[in-house]
Write a protein that binds this ligand. Structure first.
Ligand code: SF4
Length: 350
């Protein structure tokens, strides 16, 4: 039913909606640009609003239309993406922009959006609801939590998603599905928070089954995570004449195509090797970095070499002046490795 729950939620949203740069004000009649919505939704996966906002502004400033993005070089897109992590998102963004540009129109339904590279159920539903007012349920982490509590559903996530979607769907108001989706996101972010939900201030509290049952803080239930396996790698900080050696990661695979410190493969066992002539080598600590499916322990060795070389194995090497490293577009893993070196280098400047 589309009735009091949607009315109460939208009434609250009309006053309390978060002002986000990619949003239209609540209740507006004009629809937002689907390209801008899509960009925001992709950036917000695994990233906070605060972090994503300046990236979103920069992307739109540089590539104001999906056609402009489609014509971009992948290396440039990855460079602008540097720091947001999960670089497959950036590559998929570009691939999808090229699909859209080739088709000559932006897909305008949830089903058609699902055909795009990298667009999963949540992103397709969010764009369809927000940009095209399609009646659908966009289930992100915030909305999962609100729905599990609202209907007091204790089946563990992620298996419970279908149940949650089916429970919410009858409440989506046909006139304002985009605002309804964003209102649920905002409620989850600001009122129905993971810990200490503010049930007394909740605009839909009177309809909330978990509030009535006293189970809100125990929901949602999540299936236990399997421990992430650990992989080990070694990166070489090779400097010569105030420049440092960088390579590009292989195009296929994690951080594909991104600039990186040269180093070994990532393996189950710690590894230490140096396939080049060195004047001296100094162990410089380890960066621990979480990827989705494993934890990486990246040891770093500082290496002084007698002369510059142009390749390590089959990888071409670029020598980047230390003063330009900040503009190299290093992904977070390597930016952290660099910060570790530069923060600890005062006592041993070659
Ligand atoms: Fe969440 Fe409490 Fe509102 Fe229920 S009443 S939706 S638990 S904030």
């Amino acid at each position: 039913m589309a009735g009091s729950l949607a009315d109460d939620l939208l009434h609250w949203y009309d006053q309390a909606a978060r002002a986000l740069p990619w949003r239209q004000p609540p209740g507006g009649t004009s629809r937002p640009d689907p390209y801008a919505v899509w960009l925001a939704e992709v950036m917000l996966q695994q990233t906070t609003v605060m972090t994503a906002a300046p990236y979103w502004q920069r992307f739109l400033g540089r590539w104001p239309t999906v056609g402009a993005l489609a014509g971009a070089e992948e290396a440039e897109v990855l460079r602008e993406w540097a720091g947001l992590g999960y670089y497959a998102r950036a590559r998929n963004l570009l691939a999808a922009a090229r699909v859209i540009a080739a088709a000559g129109r932006f897909p305008d339904s949830e089903q058609a959006l699902r055909e795009l590279p990298g667009v999963g159920p949540y992103t397709a539903a969010a764009i369809a609801a927000i940009a095209f007012n399609e009646v659908t349920v966009a289930l992100d982490g915030n909305v999962e939590r609100v729905a599990a509590r609202l209907f007091d559903i204790s089946d563990p996530l992620p298996g419970a998603r279908r149940t949650l979607r089916e429970a919410l769907y009858p409440h989506v108001p046909p006139g304002r599905p985009g605002d309804f989706a964003q209102a649920l996101m905002d409620l989850g972010a600001t009122v129905c928070t993971p810990r200490a939900p503010r049930c007394r201030a909740c605009p839909i509290g009177s309809a909330c089954a978990a509030r009535a049952a006293g189970t809100a803080e125990a929901l949602p239930v999540k299936a236990p995570r399997r421990a992430r396996p650990v992989r080990h790698g070694l990166a070489w900080w090779i400097d010569h004449g105030a420049a440092v050696a960088l390579v590009r990661r292989p195009a296929n695979g994690l951080l594909g195509g991104m600039p990186a410190l040269p180093g070994t493969e990532w393996r189950a066992e710690p590894i230490r090797q140096h396939p080049f002539e060195a004047r001296w080598i100094q162990e410089a600590g380890t960066v621990v970095h979480g990827f989705t499916h494993f934890e990486l322990r990246l040891a770093i060795d500082r290496v002084q070499v007698p002369e510059r070389f142009s390749r390590i194995g089959d990888q071409p090497v670029s020598w980047i002046p230390l003063g330009r490293l900040a503009d190299a577009g290093l992904p977070t893993l390597y930016a952290r490795a660099v910060a570790r070196i530069l923060g600890a280098s005062e006592d041993r400047t070659p």
